[in-house]
Design a protein around this ligand. Structure first.
Ligand code: ADP
Ligand code: MG
Ligand code: ZN
Length: 477
C-alpha cells in the first residue's frame, strides 16, 4: 500500500519588542542571568500584568498579512502547568478567542503555488530557561520569562517535507519583512513543532498523529518529518498502530524518540486570565495598523519589474529581504542604472554576504557608495573588472569613497588608443605561434590576445577598445 504524508505545523515566533509581553522588563538577549526580571515576570503575589501594545500590533500585522480574520474582541487565557522555569505555574496565552483566525500562507514550490491554511495566530509569553550544563546542578534563568511570542497554527495541509520547509521559510520571510521578529531559527526566535501522520493514499480520513519537538533548522524539520513518516509507515505495514504522543528529534542520532504521551487541552485547565482586561480592536486601530503595513514582497517585486525594467527573477531575489530591497533602490537611484545594480547585488553583494555570513544591515559598503562605484564603471572611469576585483574589495575593508580609491591607487581606466595599440602590437609580435593558429582558424585565441594585452596594461585598459583594435589588426593582414 502507498502512504501519504500529512503535516500540520505549530510555530512559535519570538517578537522583537524592546520590553516583555506583560511588564516593562527588557527582552535583551544574553543579559546576565536573572537581571531582566521584576515582580510581574517573577510572579510575586499581587503583581499585575499589562499587555504590551506592540505585541498586539505585531499579532494584527501578521494576521492581516496572512489573510486572517482579526477578532474585534478577544481574551487572554491561563494555561496551567508546572515547570521549574515557569514561576507563575501557568502561562498567559490565548485559547478560545485568539486574536487572529482562519487565514492562509501561500508560497511557490517547484513552480507551483501552494496554499496552507491557518487555524489561528495567538499571543502568549515564553517561559524561562533551565540550564543543565553547568556542573551537577540545574540553574534557572528567568530573563526569558514573559518574552512575547506569537503561535501560528496551520491546518494539516502540508503533504511533503519540502512543503513543510517552504512554508516555514515563507513564514520567516513574512515576519522579517514586517519587522516584528528576526525569525532566526538557530537562535530560537522561530521554533517549530511538527504534527505528523500518514494515511493510505486516496483515503480521506487522517491517521493518528505524533507531535515532534526540538528542531532548530529548516534542514532538521525536513529530516525529522521524513524520519517520522518512514517510522510510522513501517509500524503500520507490520500491523501495528500509531500512538498519539510527543516525540523528540535527536539530530545527532538522527531519529525521533518518545518524550511523553500527548496531553489533551483539558489537562491544562485553561480559563480566562482574570488579571487582564479583554482586548478590543477598534476599526480605527485596525486601519491605523493597515496603513503602517509595508509594501509586501510580491507587490514590491512587481513594481520593480515595471518601474526599473529588471527581469522578474532579479526582482524576486532582491525582494527576499526588505532591507536588501531598500538597499537596491537606493543604490539604483544613485547610479541611475537599475539593471547594472541588480547584477551587482545578485553577484558581488549576495556572494559577499554569504561568505561573511552576515546580513545586509551589517554589510560594510553602504548603498550610496555602491551606487557611486557602479556609476564609475558606467562613465568609463574604471573598467568592470577593476571595479569588482580591486575597488569593491578595498571598499569592503575601508570606508573610503570609490573615487578616492581610484585616484589614490591609480586605477583609472586607460582609453588612450595609441597606448593600447602599442601594447597589442607587442603582444602579437611576441606570440607568433598563437597568431599563426588564429589565422588558420583557431578564432578562440582572440581571448588569449585580449588577456595578454590586459595583463601588460595591469588590468586597467578599456576592454572595448582592446577588442576593437585587435579585431582590426587581426583581420587586416
Ligand atoms: P493540540 O492543540 O492538541 O496540539 P490541535 O488540534 O490544535 O491540537 O492541532 C495541532 C496541530 O496538529 C495543527 O497544526 C493541526 O494542523 C495538526 N494536526 C491535527 N491533526 C493532524 C493529523 N491527523 N495529522 C497531522 N497533523 C495534524
Ligand atoms: Mg500542539
Ligand atoms: Zn518583568
Amino acid at each position: 500500500m502507498e502512504y501519504e504524508l500529512v503535516v500540520g505545523l505549530e510555530v512559535h515566533c519570538q517578537l522583537n519588542t524592546k520590553t516583555k509581553a506583560f511588564c516593562g522588563c527588557s527582552t535583551e538577549f544574553g543579559a546576565p542571568a536573572n537581571t531582566n526580571v521584576c515582580p510581574v515576570c517573577l510572579a510575586m503575589p499581587g503583581a499585575l500584568p499589562v499587555l504590551n501594545k506592540q505585541v498586539l500590533e505585531s499579532a494584527i500585522k501578521l494576521g492581516l498579512t496572512t489573510h486572517c480574520t482579526i477578532a474585534p474582541y478577544s481574551i487572554m487565557a491561563r494555561k496551567n502547568y508546572f515547570y521549574p522555569d515557569l514561576p507563575k505555574g501557568y502561562q498567559i496565552s490565548q485559547y478560545e478567542e485568539p486574536i487572529c483566525s482562519e487565514g492562509y500562507i501561500e508560497f511557490d514550490l517547484d513552480g507551483e503555488k501552494k496554499r496552507v491554511r491557518l487555524v489561528r495566530i495567538h499571543m502568549e509569553e515564553d517561559a524561562g530557561k533551565s540550564i543543565h550544563d553547568i556542573g551537577e546542578e540545574t540553574y534557572i534563568d528567568a530573563n526569558r520569562c514573559g518574552v512575547p511570542l506569537l503561535e501560528i497554527v496551520s491546518y494539516p495541509d502540508i503533504r511533503s517535507t519540502k512543503e513543510a520547509s517552504a512554508y516555514l521559510q515563507k513564514l520567516r520571510a513574512i515576519v522579517r519583512w514586517l519587522g516584528i521578529s528576526d525569525g532566526n531559527m538557530e537562535e530560537g526566535s522561530l521554533r517549530c513543532d511538527a504534527n505528523v501522520s500518514v494515511r493510505p493514499k486516496g483515503s480521506e480520513k487522517f491517521g493518528t498523529r505524533t507531535e515532534i519537538k526540538n528542531m532548530n533548522s529548516f534542514k532538521s524539520v525536513e529530516n525529522a518529518i521524513q524520519y517520522e513518516m518512514e517510522r510510522q509507515i513501517e509500524v503500520l505495514k507490520s500491523g501495528g498502530t500509531i500512538v498519539q504522543e510527543t516525540r523528540l528529534w535527536d539530530a545527532d542520532k538522527f531519529e525521533t524518540r518518545p518524550m511523553r504521551s500527548k496531553e489533551a487541552a483539558h489537562d491544562y485547565r485553561y480559563f480566562p486570565e482574570p488579571d487582564l482586561v479583554p482586548i478590543e480592536v477598534s476599526d480605527e486601530l485596525l486601519s491605523l495598523i493597515k496603513a503602517e503595513l509595508p509594501e509586501m514582497p510580491e507587490v514590491r517585486a512587481t513594481r520593480f519589474v515595471s518601474q526599473y525594467q529588471i527581469p522578474e527573477y532579479d526582482a524576486k531575489v532582491i525582494t527576499t529581504d526588505r532591507l536588501l530591497a531598500d538597499y537596491y533602490e537606493e543604490a539604483a537611484k544613485v547610479c541611475g542604472d537599475p539593471k547594472a545594480t541588480s547584477n551587482w547585488i545578485m553577484g558581488e553583494v549576495l556572494r559577499t554576504l554569504k561568505e561573511k555570513a552576515i546580513e545586509i544591515s551589517a554589510f560594510p559598503i553602504e548603498a550610496k557608495r555602491l551606487g557611486v562605484l557602479i556609476s564609475l564603471v558606467k562613465q568609463g572611469v574604471i573598467n568592470g573588472n577593476t571595479a569588482k576585483e580591486v575597488v569593491f574589495v578595498k571598499m569592503l575593508d575601508e570606508p573610503t569613497s570609490p573615487q578616492d580609491i581610484v585616484k589614490r591607487d591609480g586605477l583609472a581606466q586607460v582609453s588612450d588608443t595609441s597606448a593600447i595599440e602599442k601594447e597589442i602590437a607587442e603582444v602579437l609580435s611576441a606570440s607568433p605561434t598563437q597568431l599563426a593558429d588564429y589565422r588558420s582558424g583557431k578564432t578562440k585565441l582572440f581571448g588569449y590576445f585580449v588577456g595578454e594585452t590586459m595583463k601588460r596594461m595591469k588590468g586597467k585598459a578599456n576592454p572595448q577598445i582592446i577588442n576593437d583594435i585587435l579585431k582590426r589588426k587581426l583581420e587586416s593582414v
